[in-house]
Design a protein around this ligand. Structure first.
Ligand code: B12
Ligand code: SF4
Length: 583
């Protein structure tokens, strides 16, 4: 029973979303004459219970198979998929990539079903070089960031030297995904998460890396420096970022999320980016995530240039001391309240505040206090329906490569798993409380689960009383949390019984657990912003369909398989980046 692990993201607890980097990788490789197809096996499996993964993989015919292990919860599934690929295509190499792959690269490369691991946050060019080597040009030891096995089976680690200083030679072009739908007549295989067609939210990324140092984050400044070879954040030029967003807006009616706080890049960047959004007449709702609370003047500026904007901040705890232990000592809760008021007074469409359980020094009592605080906050803000507060656990894992993972004792944690294989074994444990890879000195996993459900219940009731969520939704959430608690108790009882009976007893409850895990502490719809489809989206998609179908037809007539799809965003030419020292 995976529980509330994915309540704060659009995915189900299977975490079926693939990294944005799949789109940038695919666009980059196609621009360089290679053919790429993205297949979201998890979405195909979720949508069709009778989906035969092995038969599907057998029907694919690729020279190389790439599998992401970016988020650690994919540690079990990704290896199992790699094993199946090797079973049905024994001669095809399998390559892995992503932040978790980079952290565990040597252990990962030691699995029989893994041939290559591309490390770091920017693998577009190393992947192109690797594929060229596999076509006979060059040798494996020349490919930057590559971990591989030599003829004797020994794992070789090339320098992590491809660390571009900006994000300007790539392109986040969703029309690649749309062209792929047309080319392979496969819609479900490419959508980013199960319910995307109902809620087509899109994301753009301002940078790779982070200027902050939150202790449990595997994407902090520390983690990038120590494990991914990056000393400085790589930003995307604001004009290119605006172009990414303009492009998405042309085809996709959904809300647009700008991930990674662009305020990190400074005032000039902020001015150019926001004015650029005005220039393209940004109409889709747009949301920004900020890593610290902005001032009122900034919201005035945003509102002067954008018609429909929202904000989200992860404040983690209402308690300034707990937040400081987490590594966010750079602002206080008073400043958060000030920023929420300022945003709401200046035209903000919606303000999401995220809180978390499981962080250093946080006790079960403190988690419950957070819920109490949320009630007071709503009261102070006149129950403004544009404020949405959420609380969820840091689960299933403490990020590998975070300060707290690398030095757990210093942050009051004990690790239950360190290696990749130990994490894989945890993934098959019966509930999220058992799966967790850490225990905090400040509260046990049992206390944490109880306090999180208590806080979830309380926040749900506060939102219902304040009219933030309707009575029916609140009643469903209350029922789910209550049922989830009972289910957790049943699991505990089963686990106390003889080991031989565990599997059978747990399997009998599987369907119920799946239902209870899809959303627990809130409904997915609470995360959604309103949006509408306009004629221009239909026209743009139809135009793309005609162009792409014609291109495919001519390619077939000319005897080519399929023409390379190139981005119409004219990204800057690839220049050799300033290579930073080996990490
Ligand atoms: C943006 C972001 C998100 C977005 C992701 C949008 C998307 N589709 O990518 C959202 C908000 C949805 C999200 C969700 C989650 N996130 Co998040 N996220 C981030 C964040 C802030 C930035 C990521 C980033 O910059 N990516 C850019 C680069 C690094 O990745 P990329 O371009 O997508 O991919 C490149 C490489 O990774 C690599 N690569 C990736 N896959 C593959 C595969 C192959 C074959 C190859 C060759 C290369 C390759 O090449 C790509 C191109 O160069 C980081 C924190 C940080 N500062 O890094 C956390 C972070 C990555 N997330 C994290 C976590 C834990 C999660 C969640 C599991 C949280 C949760 N419990 O809900 C979910 C999982 C969602 C899912 N799969 O369903 C952890 C991961 C720790 C770990 N090692 O497991 C991080 C490090 C920090 C954190 N705690 O938030 N996240
Ligand atoms: S939690 Fe967010 S702000 Fe903190 S280090 Fe990670 S990505 Fe940066």
């Amino acid at each position: 029973m995976f529980g509330p692990v994915s309540d704060m993201v659009p995915s189900t607890p299977i975490f079926e979303m693939y990294p944005l980097g799949f789109t940038t990788l695919a666009e980059y490789l196609e621009r360089h004459g290679l053919r790429v197809r993205i297949v979201n096996l998890a979405v195909l499996m979720l949508n069709r219970p009778d989906f035969d993964v092995e038969a599907y993989l057998r029907s694919l015919d690729a020279r190389v198979y790439g599998i992401d292990l970016h988020w650690l919860p994919h540690c079990h599934g990704s290896i199992e998929v790699a094993r199946l690929v090797k079973k049905v295509h024994p001669d095809a190499p399998v390559m892995f990539g992503g932040l978790s792959s980079s952290y565990f690269h040597e252990e990962l490369a030691s699995y029989d079903c893994v041939d290559f691991v591309l490390r770091g946050d920017s693998t577009e060019e190393p992947a192109r070089m690797l594929l060229e080597v596999l076509r006979g040009k060059g040798s494996l030891d020349e490919v930057p960031n590559l971990t591989w096995k030599d003829a004797s089976g020994a794992v070789q680690v090339n320098p992590l030297s491809w660390v571009p200083s900006d994000m300007n030679s790539i392109s986040l072009d969703y029309s690649f995904n749309m062209k792929s739908v047309i080319r392979y007549r496969d819609m479900m295989g490419v959508v980013p998460f199960k319910d995307w067609l109902k809620y087509p939210v899109c994301a753009s990324l301002t940078c790779r890396g982070c200027t902050h140092d939150c202790v449990t984050c595997g994407g902090s400044a520390y983690s990038f420096r120590e494990h991914f070879g990056r000393d400085k954040v790589a930003f995307r030029d604001p004009d290119l970022l605006v172009r990414d967003i303009e492009h998405i807006q042309r085809y996709i009616p959904g809300p647009m999320f700008v991930l990674n706080d662009f305020l990190q890049a400074g005032r000039t960047y902020t001015r150019d980016f926001v004015r650029g959004l005005e220039r393209i007449k940004m109409k889709n709702p747009i949301g920004f995530e900020f890593f610290k609370p902005p001032h009122e003047e900034f919201y005035e500026f945003l509102d002067a240039h954008l018609p429909d904007w929202s904000v989200e901040i992860s404040v983690e705890s209402h308690d300034d001391g707990v937040r400081a232990a987490f590594g966010k000592s750079h602002y206080t809760m008073d400043q958060v309240e000030e920023t929420v008021r300022a945003a709401l007074n200046n035209g903000c469409s919606r303000f999401d505040l995220y809180f978390m359980s499981g962080i250093p020094t946080q006790t079960a009592e403190s988690v419950r206090q957070t819920a109490h605080y949320i009630g007071e906050l709503y009261a102070r803000l006149g129950n403004d329906p544009r404020l949405l507060c959420f609380i969820s656990p840091m689960a299933p894992f403490l990020d590998p490569g975070s300060r707290a993972f690398d030095d757990p004792a210093a942050h009051g944690y004990t690790l239950r798993a360190r290696t990749l294989e130990e994490h894989r074994q945890r993934m098959v444990m019966p509930s999220w409380k058992h799966i967790m890879n850490y225990e905090s000195a400040a509260m046990s996993p049992d206390e944490m689960a109880e306090a999180t459900y208590d806080a979830g219940l309380r926040v749900n009731r506060i939102k219902a009383e304040a009219g933030i969520v309707d009575a029916a939704t609140a009643a469903r959430t209350e029922a789910r949390i209550t049922e989830a608690r009972v289910a957790m108790e049943r699991i505990d009882r089963i686990m106390e019984g003889p080991e031989l009976t565990h599997d059978l007893a747990l399997w009998a409850l599987k369907e119920e657990f799946d239902r209870l895990s899809e959303s627990t502490v809130c409904e997915k719809s609470e995360l959604n912003w309103p949006h509408s489809v306009e004629l221009k989206h239909v026209a743009s998609a139809a135009g793309l369909l005609v162009r792409e179908s014609a291109a495919n037809l001519f390619a077939r007539v000319r005897g080519e398989i399929v023409p390379p799809a190139t981005s119409d965003q004219h990204p800057r030419p690839v220049v050799q980046p300033a290579v930073e020292p080996e990490g």
